[in-house]
Design a protein around this ligand. Structure first.
Ligand SMILES: [Zn+2]
Length: 131
């Protein structure tokens, strides 16, 4: 996943789904807006946006709908509603996050079998599964 893709997805969710950003989501909305402003200024904030949006089940679901998936996406378009069908069985990767034990880098998993980075991009060593 590239930074720009995460930013674009976040921007779309923010613009198209106002119901996700009220009540409990209001604080997240402010954070997302700040991060999107950073992104507009050329900062690489994809990881932070990812961490923020995956901290809530509704924004997480929208995010994974919008982010480009592995090559499979282009070979087999899943039928509409396949995600809600899966929801009944629970999502095996729900809430799985790998984190650097030194800095605050974290890597949330979107789906089972998704490869986990070998280590922290800042060279702090292997990521540890925390959730
Ligand atoms: Zn680190």
């Amino acid at each position: 996943m590239r930074d720009e893709e995460i930013v674009a997805a976040a921007r779309a969710i923010r613009a198209e789904l106002p119901e996700l950003w009220v009540g409990d989501g209001a604080a997240r909305a402010a954070e997302v807006d700040a991060l999107l402003r950073c992104a507009a200024n050329g900062q690489r904030v994809g990881d932070r946006i990812l961490a923020l949006l995956t901290s809530d089940s509704a924004t997480r679901r929208e995010l994974r709908r919008r982010l480009p998936r592995e090559e499979d996406t282009y070979r087999q378009a899943p039928p509409l509603g396949s995600y809600s069908a899966l929801a009944g069985h629970g999502d095996p990767s729900k809430g799985v996050v790998y984190r650097c034990s030194v800095c605050d880098y974290s890597y949330p998993l979107f789906e089972v079998g998704e490869p986990v980075p070998e280590g922290c991009p800042d060279g702090h060593g292997p990521l540890v599964r925390v959730v």
